[in-house]
Write a protein that binds this ligand. Structure first.
Ligand code: SF4
Length: 383
């Protein structure tokens, strides 16, 4: 690995995958296994070794740390504190943990805050018990609301909830009821995602038909309007925040920053040893092989990575910047890729302008907010 990545590169962002869940949700394709305490202990030892390895290779100057999963909130605060103890995290402005509502109580939340967690990403998914049951979630709406109250009481100013739309049998009104509740609770940040099902998840075979595009559009754009009218700013296709609360860690991903990722199935993005290319790597989604690999302090080679050369970097720039409501920054594009975006892509821009899909000003090109669900079609013009 040391021979592949540029040594001593400065890395500001760290993702830590915690691959344990209480039970698999019926729609989920993320890598996780059932929680058991003894495996967690082995995992933490392996994780510490992986972190130690990278600390020798890189200069970690961490601004954001993100515990994702899986269900990181199954770990107690001592374990989270022990992981943070391996890192110099005191300059980090955002340390997030993903949490399922039924894994938290007042004491645990307070203890997370005490060890350094300053942002929660709560997997609410819906405030409707019928829908939670359909998705195979392990919590109910009352538990979700209770955790939100506790987060407020304890003084977590920065927290987010995830919601899902596009669920079979979920009406537009059902989803908007979730949005209304989010607004009434004045939740600082919300992410909402359309349900998509890989073939190997249990819900795939149970579902006869996913909602049609018309309902998906109605759900999405109605929610977008309600949030905007209530003081939320949309900063990414699926993300809305009150002023001061956009997710800094996720913004780093979408802004092309490098990040280290540790744990099975975690995917990172680092500078290649040749200094001009980047590489994207993905740890194998297999806890057993992860434990074996990190059972001793060892040098290791990266089995799977993809080299991101300048051309690929430019494509990724276009894809990720169009996700953001700030869009393609024309001056930044020219500085990075040495040409005018508007001239290089004149044909595409003319076509998209005629179709009224993008807005252009002196500084940027953005997808119009009322056309964001056409993003995939728009991106196909460029790649
Ligand atoms: S809790 Fe999250 S990671 Fe775990 S199974 Fe459910 S959706 Fe997947």
């Amino acid at each position: 690995m040391g021979k592949i990545i540029q040594s001593n590169q400065i890395v500001n962002h760290l993702y830590i995958h915690i691959p344990f869940c209480q039970k698999k949700c019926k729609y989920c394709s993320f890598y996780s296994i059932n929680y058991d305490k003894s495996t967690v202990c082995q995992y933490l030892n392996a994780l510490k070794r992986e972190i130690a390895f990278y600390k020798k290779q890189l200069k970690l100057d961490l601004q954001t740390i993100y515990f994702g999963g899986g269900t990181p909130s199954l770990l107690d605060s001592v374990d989270i504190g022990a992981i943070l103890g391996e890192l110099d995290f005191h300059a980090a402005t955002e340390i997030t943990i993903e949490a399922n509502p039924n894994t938290l109580n007042k004491e645990k939340l307070q203890a997370y805050k005490d060890v350094g967690i300053n942002r929660l990403s709560i997997g609410v998914q819906s405030f409707n018990d019928r829908i939670l049951n359909y998705l195979g979630r392990t919590h109910d709406a009352r538990e979700a609301m209770n955790v939100i109250d506790l987060a407020e009481d304890i003084g977590f100013e920065n927290y987010s909830i995830d919601l899902i739309y596009g669920i079979p049998s979920q009406t537009k009104e059902d989803f908007l009821a979730d949005i209304k509740k989010t607004i009434s609770y004045e939740i600082p940040h919300i992410s909402f995602y359309c349900l998509s099902l890989d073939e190997d998840v249990p819900l795939y075979s149970e579902v006869n038909k996913l909602p049609d595009d018309e309902l998906i559009c109605e759900q999405y754009y109605s929610a977008q309007n309600m949030l905007k009218e209530s003081g939320y700013k949309q900063y990414e296709v699926s993300n809305f925040a009150k002023i001061g609360f956009p997710a800094q860690h996720n913004l780093a991903y979408w802004s092309g920053k490098t990040y280290l990722a540790v744990g099975p199935s975690a995917a990172g993005y680092l500078v290649h040893e040749n200094s001009t290319d980047y590489l994207r790597y993905c740890n194998s989604p297999d806890l057993d092989s992860y434990l074996k690999k990190w059972s001793i302090d060892a040098d290791f080679t990266l089995a799977e990575y993809e080299l991101i050369d300048k051309k690929e970097q430019e494509s990724e720039y276009i894809i990720t910047r169009f996700r953001l409501n700030s869009g393609i920054n024309l001056r930044e594009y020219e500085r990075l890729y040495g040409g005018s975006f508007l001239e290089l892509y004149k044909k595409q821009i003319d076509r998209l302008t005629q179709l009224d899909l993008v807005a252009i000003d002196r500084e940027s090109v953005v997808i119009k907010s009322e056309k964001l669900l056409l993003m995939n079609e728009i991106l196909l013009e460029f790649i």
